[in-house]
Design a protein around this ligand. Structure first.
Ligand SMILES: NC(=O)c1ccc[n+]([C@@H]2O[C@H](COP(=O)([O-])OP(=O)(O)OC[C@H]3O[C@@H](n4cnc5c(N)ncnc54)[C@H](OP(=O)(O)O)[C@@H]3O)[C@@H](O)[C@H]2O)c1
Length: 313
């Protein structure tokens, strides 16, 4: 009987210990940034920030938020006119310098020479690897590849090559100065079930893993590398226009994500998304099969609607 009591107390103690080990780090990573603000000053890393995919959505929001912190900007996107408009919008509002570089991340690796020439001589303290593309709607792998033969090449070039080659270009000078901040846009899709968007999720899992290991390699050399894993954010990619608690505007999202710098190497960036990731993670750990089928059903519904819409037009 006494033995049974000891085991019950021991089991309770282990449970409470495990809860504390999980709950406190979670609160520190997700709630503390909201209350205490960022632990890291982006402006301390250098005079310039380079942002890829900077004319819309999350990339444009990072550009505005970094300009507000007095960083000069290099905006890299594919459309020169849009780049010039964003540049004007930012310089009209903030006293910073803005350079633009028009390249298509779907094209050959030569674009990295163009970008490299464009940033020559600049003290780049912050790199935001934001550019990324997804499917136009959820689709089976073989159908997606059949419909667009360039699909695989394009998504890998935009989502993986961009992150690795931009890092290769900018990291050496950061290491030389012993300071640098790299923010890589992964996605919650990398860690939750995401059938019918498998190539996108795979590329985003690459970004997260690359970030984790690279951060470990360079953290002792003054380099901070963060993986940001949003859920849904209003943007052209999601086609969601009206912000809500679970789907914030890009500006709201980025202001929240910037606060997490120094707290977390790997963050959803936004408290409601952290709750969502926790809920989905719990669902997956209890019954992965159920979670996979639940998401598959939802995404098949989205696919059905998109195909119907495509047929009509
Ligand atoms: N929005 C979300 O819910 C969400 C969730 C998780 C992760 N993310 C990630 O966050 C990042 C930004 O997403 P977003 O929703 O802000 O996307 P978005 O609204 O579609 O904006 C993408 C930006 O990248 C540029 N771009 C697209 N293709 C390009 C190419 N081939 N070459 C050069 N520039 C190109 C776009 O320029 P144009 O103006 O010329 O199109 C635009 O400035 C992506 O990496 C995405 O995977 C987003």
């Amino acid at each position: 009987m006494a033995c049974c009591c000891v085991f019950t107390y021991l089991a309770k103690a282990v449970l409470i210990f495990q809860l504390i080990c999980k709950v406190f780090p979670w609160l520190y990573k997700n709630v503390a940034p909201k209350i205490l603000g960022p632990k890291v000053k982006v402006e301390d890393y250098g005079k310039w920030a380079v942002i890829t995919g900077a004319t819309e959505g999350i990339g444009k929001a990072y550009a505005k938020a970094l300009a507000k912190k007095n960083l000069n900007l290099v905006l890299v996107s594919r459309n020169l006119e849009k780049l010039q408009n964003v540049s004007k919008e930012i310089t009209d509002k903030y006293q910073v310098e803005v350079k633009v570089i028009a390249v298509d991340f779907k094209s050959s690796l030569q674009i990295y020479d163009t970008i490299s020439k464009g940033i020559e001589g600049l003290e780049v303290g912050v790199l935001v690897n934001n550019v990324g593309i997804s499917y136009s709607y959820p689709e089976y792998f073989l159908e997606a590849v059949d419909k667009d033969p360039a699909f695989l090449q394009d998504i890998i070039s935009c989502n993986i090559h961009s992150v690795t080659y931009m890092t290769k270009m900018i990291l050496p000078a950061m290491v030389g100065r012993k300071k640098g901040l790299i923010i890589n846009l992964s996605s919650m899709a990398a860690i939750i079930p995401n059938p019918l968007l498998s190539v996108y999720s795979g590329t985003k899992a690459f970004v997260d893993k690359f970030t984790e290991d690279l951060n470990t390699e360079y953290k002792d050399q003054g380099i901070l590398i963060q993986s940001v894993m949003p859920g849904f954010v209003c943007s052209n990619m999601t086609k969601i226009k009206r912000p809500s608690l679970l789907t914030p505007s890009a500006d709201t999202y980025v202001n929240s994500a910037l606060n997490t710098l120094g707290y977390s190497r790997h963050t959803t960036g936004y408290l409601p998304h952290a709750f969502m990731a926790m809920f989905l993670g719990l669902m997956t750990s209890i019954c992965a099969e159920f979670a996979n089928n639940f998401v598959l059903k939802e995404l098949l519904n989205t696919r059905r609607k998109a195909l119907k819409h495509e047929k009509k037009n």
